[in-house]
Design a protein around this ligand. Structure first.
Ligand code: ADP
Ligand code: MG
Length: 399
């Protein structure tokens, strides 16, 4: 789960991390009121969307010359002007994709006199089973370019979570950022505070870009991206409460209501499968046959008619879907029950795209008979390979 910049900063502040003063706003009036509470005379109005690259982003509605989603305002009037321009409009950044994201929230913060911008992030590194702390002297809006053309400017410090954050890790951060004296000490301290937050909040990613040195010699967190391990959210109700459903895929939210594990993908073959492993194998074999899955969908062990119908509806909401492959192993659920569910659901949603069904397991013959006698143009498949070939052929025939 991701949170907005201002929410991430508020969480980090509880661990002692220095952040500029700031207030979130949902309306132009709130943005103006927020600015009035800040010391001024420099304010920054920041679009809050779950994507980075806002500074260099463009608003669809404002034309190519307009400024992006992070704007320096020199007066309350400018705060008002920028808030009006941003709220309700669609910001396109390198991370949003072409569709962009509608800006529904702003963060009005104190303008900081920046001496230098650094980069700091942490991720769970599965390869080493450690936490990787990544730092660079070249922070700011071009970090992707730095990673690409001068990767030697990025240092990785590996922390064993059993050992925890040690003074030598802090020194390594200060050294990698080329800091001395008090700034060096501040870097070690802020890295430790961020590490503590990362572990305590069960983050899977934390990115501070930029971490800035101010002209008066302080290190501050100017931008935050934070994401949390969804499996841990049950023990962080305060973090879970920060979820912003408007930032998530509506189909994924709908699916979670029916306890369906659905993830939207880019292809054109909708998949309905029981079991995550079988769903992965199904996606693999579609790709092996030259097409791409439109989604991952695990209907779970107890798939009944209601669940199957909901799953069909969710898959079909995606206009890219040109065909559906159902791959169900009837273990606990019997194949005839599943077949009845598929037939009823296909009739209810008035299915218009080709449907290939592969059933295996208990009562498989009864299940196949139900599909064959349904009067629906369902293509039966004998095994997974056969199913993939058939759906790919069907989809290509339509195209
Ligand atoms: P994004 O990474 O989405 O583009 P950032 O929050 O990193 O958004 O802002 C982009 C740039 O804007 C920063 O690299 C920094 O130079 C400047 N900036 C952001 N916040 C402030 C602030 N409070 N004061 C001064 N400059 C800021
Ligand atoms: Mg940034």
């Amino acid at each position: 789960m991701n949170v907005h910049e201002y929410q991430g900063k508020e969480l980090l502040a509880k661990f002692g991390v220095g952040i500029p003063a700031g207030i979130a706003a949902l309306t132009v009036e709130e943005a103006v009121a927020a600015a009035k509470q800040l010391p001024g005379p420099l304010y920054v109005v920041k679009a809050q969307i779950h994507a980075g690259g806002r500074g260099k982003g463009k608003f669809k509605e404002l034309g190519p010359d307009a400024k992006g989603g992070v704007r320096l305002a020199k007066s309350i009037e400018e705060v008002e002007e920028f808030a009006k321009e941003m709220l309700g409009n669609t910001l396109v950044t390198i991370q949003t994709g072409e569709a962009g994201k509608q800006v529904n929230r702003l963060y009005v913060t104190d303008g900081v006199d920046i001496a230098k911008e650094y980069y700091l992030s942490m991720v769970v590194d599965r390869g080493t089973s450690r936490i990787a702390l990544i730092v660079s002297t070249e922070g700011g809006m071009d970090i992707e370019e730095v990673a690409h053309s001068t990767p030697e400017k990025i240092a990785t410090i590996v922390i064993d979570p059993v050992e925890g954050f040690m003074p030598h890790h802090g020194r390594a951060v200060g050294f990698a950022l080329n800091l001395s004296g008090d700034l060096n000490k501040q870097a070690a301290k802020i890295a430790e505070q961020l590490y503590n937050a990362f572990v305590a909040l069960d983050c899977d990613m934390l990115e501070i870009n930029p971490l800035v040195e101010t002209k008066d010699g302080n290190l501050l967190v100017l931008d935050t991206k934070m994401s949390f391990d969804s499996n841990s959210l049950y023990r962080h109700p305060d973090v879970f409460a920060l979820r912003d459903e408007t930032e998530e895929d509506p189909a994924e939210i709908e699916a979670s209501k029916y306890d369906l594990a659905y993830i939207k993908l880019d292809g054109n073959i909708g998949c309905m499968v029981n079991g995550a492993g079988l769903a992965m194998a199904t996606m693999d074999i579609i790709k092996l046959n030259g097409e791409f899955p439109a989604n991952f969908l695990d209907v779970g062990g107890g798939a009944n008619k209601e669940k199957v119908t909901a799953a069909f509806k969710i898959i079909l909401k995606d206009p890219a879907v040109k065909g559906i492959l159902v791959n169900i192993f009837g273990g606990i659920m019997k194949c005839d029950i599943i077949a009845e569910g598929i037939v009823a659901a296909a009739k209810e949603v008035n299915l218009q795209v080709p449907l290939v069904v592969r059933l295996e397991g208990t009562n498989v013959q009864q299940g196949k008979d139900i599909l064959a006698n349904s009067g629906l143009p369902i293509v039966a498949a004998n095994d997974l390979g056969d199913a993939a070939k058939k759906i790919v052929a069907e989809v290509r025939a339509v195209a």
